[in-house]
Design a protein around this ligand. Structure first.
Ligand SMILES: Cc1cc2nc3c(=O)[nH]c(=O)nc-3n(C[C@H](O)[C@H](O)[C@H](O)COP(=O)(O)O)c2cc1C
Length: 205
């Protein structure tokens, strides 16, 4: 008879160190990650919490630098137009600098990553945005456990949120919205130290 798996015994210190040592990876090897490994990370992310346990998160995995680069290029052209049009978010979010770096051959949108994972949920579901963010966070931690590098694709998320035309580019089903996005691949480097962070801010009432 098969028994349900239980959580392994890990110390509080191991859990804390593991969480503290996750880092953003911004340089990837060209090779694609084997699909079963990506599936394994997605499988763990499936266990992320969601409001009412509604589990509203679905994923789109874009693989291949060419495809991802053409999506990054579309985001840059959208940013270029936003800068030219004096769009308020353009200055606030530093679009001009991102466009300049792109024109110099530096992709700060998708970092030449071999995979882009997009978490999406129903537009009508108020808990979908938060659930997608939590699912991406789980995915990133699971990927780190598998020796893979990840980095939030924040500008892709912004573009997806503000420009409906991007939905077509990634084949997003009708009525769905992308709320989370992460790059993924084999890291070109590894971090060893736990990074410095701001002091804890907390008020006890
Ligand atoms: C919502 C969100 C969006 C982000 N977007 C980007 C991004 O577009 N590009 C990038 O290089 N890093 C992005 N990051 C990564 C942060 O810059 C990074 O987490 C922070 O600098 C701390 O570094 P660490 O992740 O290595 O600990 C984003 C992080 C979050 C949480």
């Amino acid at each position: 008879m098969s028994r349900a798996r239980t959580a392994p015994d890990v110390s509080a210190e191991q859990v804390a160190d593991w969480l503290k040592s996750r880092r953003s990876i911004r340089a990837y090897r060209e090779t694609l990650v084997d699909r079963p490994l990506i599936e394994q990370a997605l499988e763990t992310a499936r266990f992320a919490p969601s409001g009412h346990n509604r589990q509203p998160v679905s994923w789109i995995v874009v693989s291949g630098r060419d495809k991802i680069s053409s999506l990054a290029s579309a985001v840059i052209e959208w940013m270029r137009n936003a800068v030219a049009g004096g769009y308020p978010a353009a200055a606030r979010l530093g679009f001009e600098g991102l466009v300049r770096r792109w024109d110099q051959g530096d992709d700060q949108i998708c970092r030449n990553a071999p995979h882009l994972l997009l978490a999406h949920g129903p537009q009508s579901d108020t808990i979908a945005p938060g659930s997608c963010i939590i699912a991406v966070t789980y995915l990133q931690l699971a990927a780190a456990g598998l020796g893979l590098g990840t980095c939030w694709a924040g500008y892709v998320m912004i573009a997806m949120g503000l420009e409906p035309a991007f939905a077509k580019l990634i084949g997003l089903p009708e009525g769905q919205q992308v709320y989370g996005a992460t790059l993924l691949g084999h890291a070109r480097y590894k971090y060893h130290a736990i990074p410095a962070r701001n002091e804890l801010r907390v008020e006890w009432r």
